[in-house]
Write a protein that binds this ligand. Structure first.
Ligand code: NAD
Ligand code: AKB
Length: 314
């Protein structure tokens, strides 16, 4: 049996850093190649190989895949919802062409498994707000959401037509302390913790009662690895799986922080991201992921706040 050799594309980003470290723990440091357009994140330095790589350059990507004997690819490079609205054609181009380059190389080189994340951003104002189901009305209003929904169907197509074992999760907003978020609508829920510690106050770009589906990074990393390690026969969804962690509003996360930092205050100044947030569901039904590969979150808001503050202080 050939040893797994994994390429992580977009490894210097919010998810990439933690996923690379987790994969290195699981598969061995030298078997996980981190790659990104920007320089290596300091947290990855000395933990394993790094190559500078642009996912848009298909030839360069192809050469790396062959040279490094890659058997699995995790594609994380993308432009997220808020940044995407500032430059829609760039977001569409990177999010689509990057995925097509990876799927095509996976087909040509018989790559064993591909991971590509989708997002709750596929859902739009006409999707159910509460417990949004796996299959429902999906009419996204952001270029990011449109690109994710189209990407889900490309994944499904490459699986059905060419047998590529590509798997995907619709992540909720992710909260982490190791690396900064990269331009999403849910980023406030990361910024608020460091501002609470440093400034004791935070001005939120969403209004106080905006509920969104969220997840703490350790749960997201575990979900990703559990999905990728599940037997292929268990995977019934080849577009992308709904997964759920927790749901809260800015007012509720502020109250949870105030239990640890009583002097912390929050104010609200909603901007263009308010409309994006309002177009998404408030909570997600993840029963299909639970049935197929046993998904269950471990963190709720209180547990996450405790852990975030402890680690940010450290
Ligand atoms: P991020 O912006 O933090 O990281 C993306 C990384 O990709 C960056 O380090 C960037 O330099 C790199 N990149 C950009 N263009 C590239 C290119 N042409 N070639 C190679 N690398 C390039 O994003 P993230 O939050 O880590 O998200 C990773 C994936 O997860 C994305 O597909 C995103 O849509 C998805 N996702 C993230 C969240 C979240 O809350 N973070 C939620 C849902 C889905
Ligand atoms: C964003 O806000 O764009 C991301 C996401 C939910 O996909 N965090």
């Amino acid at each position: 049996m050939t040893k797994d050799k994994i390429l992580v594309i977009g490894a210097s980003g919010q998810i990439g850093v933690e996923l690379t470290l987790a994969l290195r723990k699981q598969y061995g440091n030298n078997n996980v190649i981190a790659s990104d357009l920007r320089e290596q994140n300091p947290l990855l330095e000395g933990t394993g190989p790094y190559v500078s790589l642009d996912v848009m350059n298909k030839e360069m990507l192809h050469v790396q895949v062959i040279r490094q004997n890659i058997t699995q690819i995790y594609l994380l490079a993308a432009i997220l919802s808020a940044t995407g609205e500032k430059n829609p054609s760039l977001a569409w181009h990177l999010n689509m062409q990057g995925l097509l380059n990876v799927l095509e190389i996976a087909r040509e080189e018989n790559i064993k498994k591909v991971y590509w994340p989708s997002s709750i951003a596929v859902f739009g104002p006409t999707s159910p707000k509460q417990n949004c189901p796996q299959q429902t009305i999906i009419e996204p209003i952001t270029v990011y959401g449109i690109s994710k929904y189209a990407g889900e169907f490309w994944c499904n197509y490459y699986h059905q037509r060419f047998g590529v074992d590509v798997r995907s999760i619709r992540y909720p907003g992710l909260i982490s302390y190791k690396s900064a978020p990269g331009g999403g609508t849910t980023d406030y829920a990361v910024e608020i913790y460091s501002e609470a510690l440093d400034e004791k106050k935070y001005e939120c770009f969403l209004n106080e009662n905006t509920y969104l589906p969220m997840m703490y990074m350790p749960d997201a990393i575990r979900a990703t690895i559990e999905l990728m390690e599940a037997p292929a026969s268990a995977i019934t969804v080849r577009t992308s799986y709904n997964i759920s962690g927790m749901s809260f509003s800015p007012k509720e996360i502020a109250a949870s922080i105030q239990k640890h930092i009583p002097e912390f205050t929050i104010s609200y100044k909603p901007d263009y991201r308010q409309q994006i947030a309002e177009s998404w569901p408030q909570s997600i039904d993840d029963s299909t992921a639970n049935t197929d590969w046993g998904w269950k979150p471990k963190y709720d808001l209180e547990k996450m706040t405790e852990d975030m503050l402890l680690n940010l202080k450290a």
